[in-house]
Ligand binder design. Structure first.
Ligand code: AMP
Length: 288
């Protein structure tokens, strides 16, 4: 397999681009099997795949988090190529935000709660960088993970509202063998923190099992989830919610589609997870 070509500017993308459909997988690098699943899906559906790697400073509300974010670039290029990427788009900050940059995108509604409330400014940073990327790359399809469920809902809304190029495709959340949702931040967990953090997926699985057993009261389901989370008090819960998958508004009862969302800290590492509470539960199984 050829190593992907590394492109640094929209002009280089235009020169590289050939006839046929183009799939874009936007990432911040430190690629893992979750990203790989997006790249493989894009490769299966598009003639060529470009993976963007850009650690976007404007979406970090915590400077220490930006500083500590892992950046194994050479390894990322190899991994992306192994899973079918033909090109890497790795712009520098000045290419994404040229001198005088003054535009910020704010998507109202779906961003108000949960991550929006706990990470002020985060979604504006994501919306702005994703809109810049989509306009620079002009892909036929872009691939995003359902792990960041609220982000995906926001991007769908924004792409529709701004007529951004290409189709937005959501891909299932990938878990590690122990059940923890794969995340570039997992490498920062100590073995003890990682073990404790398993209450995060466990709480969601317990909620899902209660729904499968017929429980429909969200208050009862949240009690069950918090009960699991409390067994590891060193994991600091930011929120646990059961929401309408499209509007992200909290539900009182489960009578149609529903999704659980959770955010918690293990040590200094902030983790999020989500699970479908509707009929299929396709994201419940560990990676095999
Ligand atoms: P990131 O590099 O963390 O910003 O993520 C880049 C893309 O990969 C986003 O669309 C994420 O939702 C997606 N992603 C990250 N982790 C996972 C995972 N465990 N399963 C599926 N997609 C993921």
């Amino acid at each position: 397999m050829n190593s992907p070509v590394v492109l640094r500017t929209p002009q280089e993308i235009a020169r590289w681009r050939a006839a046929g459909s183009l799939g874009l997988v936007p990432t911040m690098g430190a690629l893992h099997e979750g990203h790989a699943s997006l790249i493989r899906r894009a490769a299966a559906e598009c003639d060529a795949v470009i993976v963007s790697i850009f650690v976007n400073p404007t979406q970090f509300n915590d400077p220490a988090d930006l500083e500590r974010y892992p950046r194994p670039f050479e390894r990322d290029v190899t991994v992306a190529g192994e899973h079918g990427a033909a090109a890497i788009y790795a712009p520098d900050v000045e290419t994404m935000y040229p001198a005088g940059h003054a535009t910020t995108i704010h998507v109202a509604g779906v961003t108000e709660r949960w991550e929006g409330e706990h990470r002020p400014g985060h979604f504006d940073g994501v919306a702005t960088v994703v809109s810049i990327l989509l306009n620079q790359v002009r892909p036929d399809r872009s691939y995003f993970g359902e792990k960041d469920w609220q982000q995906l809902a926001m991007i769908r809304r924004m792409a529709a509202d701004l007529s951004l190029p290409g189709e937005i495709i959501g891909c299932p959340l990938i878990r590690d063998d122990d059940g923890l949702a794969l995340s570039s931040r997992n490498v920062r967990l100590s073995p003890e923190e990682r073990e404790a953090a398993l209450v995060i997926p466990s709480s969601l699985m317990r909620i899902r099992d209660r729904v499968a057993a017929g429980e429909r009261s969200v208050a009862s389901l949240l009690d069950v989830g918090h009960g699991v989370l409390r067994t590891r008090p060193e994991v600091a819960v930011e929120y646990l919610a059961i929401v309408d998958p499209d509007t992200l508004e909290p539900l009182e009862t489960i009578d149609h589609a529903a999704r659980a969302l959770v955010a918690a800290r293990a040590g200094h590492t902030r983790l999020i997870d989500t699970m479908d509470l509707s009929a299929q539960h396709s994201d419940a199984a560990p990676r095999s």
